[in-house]
Structures are given as C-alpha cells and as structure tokens.
Design a protein around this ligand. Sequence first.
Ligand code: EPZ
Length: 415
Amino acid sequence: MDTLNVQGGYPLKGELKIQGSKNTVLPVMAAAVLYKGVTMLTNVPMIRDVYCMIHILEAIGVKIVFSDHCLTMDASLVESGEIPMEDVKRMRSSIMLLGALLGRVGEAVTSYPGGCSIGLRPIDLHLKALEQMGAEITEDGIKIRAVASRLRGTHIRLDFPSVGATENILLAAVAAEGVTVIDNAAREPEIIELCLFLQKMGVPVRGAGTGRIRIEGKRQLRQTSYRITGDRIVAGTYLAAAAATGGEVRLTGIYTPYMASVLQAFRKCGCDVTWGKEDVSLRSDRQIQAVPWLKTSPYPGFPTDMQSPFMALLAYGDGVSIIEETIFEGRLKLAAQLEKMGADIQVKETRARVTGQSRLRGTLVQAEDLRAGAALAVAAVGAEGMTRIADPGYIKRGYESIDQDLRSLGGKIWW
Ligand code: EPZ
C-alpha cells in the first residue's frame, strides 16, 4: 500500500521557499487558451493537478513544454472544445475551461465534474452565467455541451461569490462583445491574480478583489509571461505543522497580504507570528491555545482550504475549539481520521467541537481529500510514534514535495 510515513516528535526548524499556487495557475492556464500564440508561466508547481490540466490542454491542441517550474504554452492552434471525460473526473476544476473554450472555439463539451469528498460542488452558477452571456447549454445527463456563436457582455449577479464561476465568467467575458459586470464576484487572491494576468495580456479589467468586477471583451491580446504567486494554503499548512511540533520556521516566496486571516488565526492559537511582504516567521512553544470559534467564509474570511490543517492543529489545543465550516459540507469528515490518532472531535452538522489533547499517537490513517491528507501530515508530525497516511495521492495533487519540504525543516517524513 502506498503511504506517506511520518515519525512524529521532531520540531520543524529552518527556512523554506513555498511553491507556486495551485489555485492560481489552473485558471491562468485556462486563460492562456484565449490567446492565439505563446504564453510563458514561471514558478509553476510541479503537482498532479497541473499535469492533469496539461493533459487536457494538449488534447485540445495546445503545445506545451513544462520543465523546472516553467510552463510554455503555444495555443496558436486550438482545434477542439471537448474536455476528455477521464480528466474531468480526475480534476473537477477542469470545469473552468468552459468559459475559455467558449471564447476561443465557440464550443465546450464536458462531463459533469461530479462532487468529490468535500461536497456536492454543483456548477449551476457557472452554467446560468454563461447562458446569460449567450451560450446555449444542453445536457444529456452524461455530457454538457455549451455553444455560443457569439458571446455578449452583460451584467451578472452571482447568488454566491463562487470562485470557479467568477473565473469562468471572466474568461468568457474576454471574448464577449462589450462590457461584462460581475456583481457579488469572488474576491479571493486567485481572482486578483487571474485579473492581473488578463490585464497583462491586454484585457481591461477593473475591480479585482472587490465584489464588482468590470471587464471589456474583444480586445487585442498579446504574448504574455507571468510569475505564479506563492501558494497561500501550502504556506498555511506548513505553518500549522511547525506549530504542532513546537518549531520555529521562516517561509518565503508568498505574498502575505493574501494570508491575513490565516496569520491572525495562528496568533489566536498563541503562536508568535511576524511577517514581511513576502515572508512569514512562526515560532511555537507547542502550547496551542484553543480558539473559541473558527468559522470559514469567502475571502477575506478564514479560507475553507485551511480549515482541515487547523482542525489538526487544534486537536493539540489547550481547551475546546469550535470550528464551523460554511463552504463545503463534506470537509469535517477529517475528524474521524484524527480520532483514530486519539483526537476528541465531535461533529454535528456544520460544526466540529475539538477538545484538545496534549499528545496524539501515530497510527494508520486515510487521506480522503487533498487538504484532509495534508492535515493528517500536520497531526502526524506532532504525534508520538509513526503515522502512515494511506491514499497519499490526494496530497500530491496540490503539494509538490511535502516530504522533501518538511524533511528540509527537520521532519522525519518519507514516501
Ligand atoms: C475553488 O473551488 C478552489 N479550487 C477550492 O480549493 C476552494 O476551496 C474554493 O474555491 C473556495 O475558495 C480551485 O481553485 C481549483 P466555489 P470552487 O465555486 O471554485 C457552491 C483546494 O483544496 N457552488 O467558490 O469549486 C459550492 O458547492 C480546493 O485547493 C454552487 O452552489 O469553489 C460551494 O459550496 C478545494 N454552485 C461554494 O459554492 C456553483 O455553480 C464554493 O464553491 C458553484 C459553487
């Protein structure tokens, strides 16, 4: 059985540069499909989801060279709008290609991305918005076909600030005639970065990071090179691991204004956290304070992707913490795996009541999604004894080298 193996009890100490952001590079790769030429991306993480997106893009005609974190894409000849079904099943975020393919070839065919273990994850907001822009959507229960002879800019108000739906609208709007205004748009850093990339490509877009984004379509696009920002969730995960071991680390290569709510949460746990613009330092004496109430919400609130690593950290807390998950209904199931290690976590609907323990003990546990898998590594580095994490492939979807990274900080962790 393929497992990630962790011998706990070694404080993490030292300095580490953080990889590029998974949730930034995926929509930027989709955006590059809109330009009939070469786009170059640097600081691209070498993770499974990027390789999956490369497979999809090559299937539709994009020529790609990817080496040493540099991705060169030639989208001069995009012939097809059909996203391979097996890739959609492997990576639901391939749905963000809908808008780009509609804009580039006037058609997009995909299968239902389906839910995953963190929740149902419907795409109704994506489809409704694209229809408002002139796409005709047909569904046969297996495939979704979107066709648009011409996309037109319009005023769209999202019922929920969905990150993926905002991305799809932005990419369709690049090719739409006229102006598109998105109200109740997602404000996440990944939206800001995508809009910075679009601006660099020649697209007039304003309001990124606010609830209202305005974008003008049908502009002449230009060859662009772009550096992918550091991954705020990977950085937060490693800070949680350092705190769980009573360590002292300095992480570089991340834009810390994107991490404000997470860094404040570490301070609430009693960690000594300081930061500059592109680096953060955390020191912990392993006396993790309970957090009375930690609620996930859309940016700039506490991010749902950090909820799992924090649940693992608060399992060591001195007291009772309440975690409320408001974004993905399936995320709290991590508790059952942590309980195998001796954690005391009561889950009821969208809340988890975590009663901290001074020590957890290593055992065999199961990764059931990307962030839950990474959270088990956080719990494991602070635990007594050996933890073996089964199904670690989930972790490889978003963490380029969690083993090497944590080993470089003194952790005892190997595949
Ligand atoms: C993106 O997912 C991220 N994925 C997620 O990261 C992240 O957790 C999420 O945004 C929230 O920040 C990528 O960027 C690839 P949403 P996305 O649309 O776009 C509901 C990770 O671990 N919804 O903002 O799917 C949905 O069910 C991943 O890196 C609808 O109801 O998130 C959920 O409850 C996990 N209808 C909520 O909105 C829709 O049409 C947030 O989803 C779309 C979404």
